[in-house]
Design a protein around this ligand. Structure first.
Ligand SMILES: [Fe+2]
Ligand SMILES: [Fe+2]
Length: 191
């Protein structure tokens, strides 16, 4: 007697499909409320006051970095000082650009960017240190970049998916600070 062999295949389990589900009439209604809050709409999931506060600390840090790099650009002396000083000037420009982006985002979120020189050093995460030698300058800026890297990483982790626009901006800035730290570490090794 012939036996027919049949194989049964069990379909692989599939994850339940996630559907895009929005209540457009609620969104339309909310968009009409508090219109002057601009980009800060009701779906904002973060604590906007806290995010603005964090951004103001980052703004102060960037401004102090601009001042430190400028100071070092104008006062760098010694062997290789010209090429390194011109890199300090480029970093100062990058930090100014970061400060501008952060300030613009604070305004978008309905806050006030704090540019007050009063308390600037205390609001900043890194220190303003005037150095006597090129070696010290490179080292101080490297330390400041490493502080910026750690604080931006922590801010990105804290913001997560609550505010994608702020997170993307911080990720861009973080990538630039990592480049800066890498360059400074290279120069430091060559000194
Ligand atoms: Fe920066
Ligand atoms: Fe930097």
């Amino acid at each position: 007697m012939e036996t027919e062999l049949t194989t049964t295949t069990t379909p692989a389990p599939t994850a339940p499909a996630e559907h895009f589900n929005i209540d457009i009439s609620a969104i339309r209604e909310n968009a009409r409320k508090d219109v002057l809050e601009g980009a800060h709409t009701s779906s904002y999931q973060g604590d906007v006051e806290e995010v603005i506060e964090l951004l103001n600390h980052a703004l102060a840090t960037e401004l102090v970095c601009v001042l430190r790099y400028k100071m070092h650009y104008f006062t760098a002396v010694g062997l290789n000082s010209e090429s390194i000083a011109s890199e300090f000037a480029i970093h100062a420009q990058d930090e100014q650009e970061h400060a501008d982006r952060i300030a613009a985002r604070i305004v978008q979120l309905g806050g006030k960017p704090d540019f007050s020189p009063q308390g600037l050093a205390e609001r900043s995460h890194s220190d303003y240190v005037a150095c006597a030698s090129l070696e010290e300058m490179i080292r101080e800026n490297l330390i400041a970049e490493r502080i910026a890297i750690d604080t931006y990483r922590e801010m990105i982790r804290y913001i997560g998916d609550k505010d994608p626009t702020t997170r993307r901006m911080l990720e861009d800035i973080l990538a630039k600070e990592e480049e800066h730290a890498d360059e400074l570490a290279d120069w430091s090794k060559r000194q």
